[in-house]
Write a protein that binds this ligand. Structure first.
Ligand code: PMP
Length: 289
């Protein structure tokens, strides 16, 4: 396996980052998770754009252009013969001294891994997923914007652990006011009386690229999609619920906190969105070979 590391393609065993890297010492950095399907990278430019936005928000100057990063992602897949897989692109503040001042880091570290991924079993997509609500609240936008895809995932990881302890594969996260924000690694949608709702980004969610694609596909299919503040009640009484994420894709949700959602099986709008999403990912993207 070849890993892109600071401008070179190195063997997995040689792909090492210093213990003085501030990405490790302080979680000071940003990243993207990107998927390849059928020999093409899905929404590559959108992911690179979001990476630059995340970097800008934390005053991190990426030492490569958007085109160079796109090319490196493509090359990394090609070198590893990844036709269907996952790309992890990370930019850290780089190696510095032990203080947290980023001025001690002259050069950001950039690495790209292209590998296989399977987040959830096929059964989850057929039967649906159970969620519980985490008591860990999403980081408040006034403290640090959840729109930044940063290397600080402890907030989400602690919520995920709560979910796992309760036997659920994903967890619902609320914001400080108690409104629905998102899940630990996915955005959330509910459907009630044919209206599709998702929390606005300012409720404390990442601006998901799959979220945007889902809104486009649903709108094209003639559905009404609105961004609105949601409480857990809106999910308990929904007809359908689903999650969106690059790794997770479109996941039907059939239960929250012990309440069955709708009929307790994936709904018709969700099921057709899953198939439209699969069609799109199989046909669109930046060619690898
Ligand atoms: N929210 C969080 C917290 C995430 O980490 C992710 C990405 N895994 C998402 C939402 C979904 O974003 P995207 O569709 O761009 O992968």
């Amino acid at each position: 396996m070849k890993i892109f590391l600071d401008g070179e393609y190195v063997d997995r065993e040689q792909a090492k980052v210093s213990v003085f890297d501030h990405g490790l010492l302080y979680g000071d950095g940003v990243f993207e998770g990107i998927r390849a399907y059928n020999g093409k990278i899905f929404k590559l430019e959108e992911h690179i754009d979001r990476l630059f936005d995340s970097a800008r928000a934390i005053l991190l100057k990426i030492p490569m252009s958007a085109q160079q990063l796109c090319d490196a992602c493509v090359r990394c897949c090609a070198l590893n013969n990844v036709r269907d897989g996952y790309i992890r692109l990370v930019v850290t503040r780089g190696v510095g001294s032990l203080g947290l001042n980023p001025e001690s880091c002259p050069r950001p570290t950039v690495f790209i891994i292209a590998d296989a991924i399977q987040l959830y079993s096929p059964e989850v997509y057929e039967r649906g997923m159970r969620l519980v609500t985490a008591s860990t609240r999403r980081v408040a936008p006034a403290a640090f914007s959840p729109a930044v895809k940063s290397l600080n995932y402890l907030n989400n990881i602690l919520a995920k652990i709560e979910g796992r302890l309760a036997g659920a594969q994903e967890v619902l996260m609320l914001n400080e006011q108690g409104y629905v924000a998102e899940c630990s690694g996915d955005n959330i949608f509910v459907i009630k009386n044919n209206t599709i709702c998702t929390p606005p980004i300012y409720a404390g969610a990442l601006g998901g690229i799959t979220r945007r694609v889902a809104i486009e596909l649903l709108t094209q299919a003639g559905h009404r999609v609105v961004e609105s503040q949601l409480t857990r009640y809106d999910i308990y009484v929904a007809d359908e619920c689903f999650l969106t994420g690059t790794g997770a894709e479109i996941v039907p949700v059939i239960e929250l906190d012990g309440r069955l959602i709708g009929e307790g099986r994936p709904g018709t709008i969700t099921t057709s969105l899953i198939s439209e999403y699969r069609k799109l990912t199989a046909s669109e993207g930046t060619p690898i070979f």
